[in-house]
Design a protein around this ligand. Structure first.
Ligand SMILES: [Zn+2]
Length: 67
């Protein structure tokens, strides 16, 4: 199942990026309270974890797949 492998890779990379961002101490950029793509509220935990996040987890995942 190539799809399952891709899914696992995407998530491994996603968590790697998260941990890099936490350690990099990015400049404080306000996170969006609502997803830019689907207008769903972004959970506060995600806003705090991902500095300057613009989308919910689902849309972020979609954006990374489209690249
Ligand atoms: Zn969204």
């Amino acid at each position: 199942m190539a799809d399952a492998a891709d899914f696992a890779n995407d998530h491994a990379e996603y968590f790697l990026q998260l941990s890099l961002q936490r350690h990099a101490r990015l400049p404080d950029r306000p996170s969006a309270q609502y997803c830019e793509d689907c207008d769903e509220p972004i959970p506060l935990a995600r806003q705090q974890l991902v500095a300057g996040c613009e989308t919910c987890v689902d849309c972020q995942d979609l954006r990374e797949r489209r690249r």
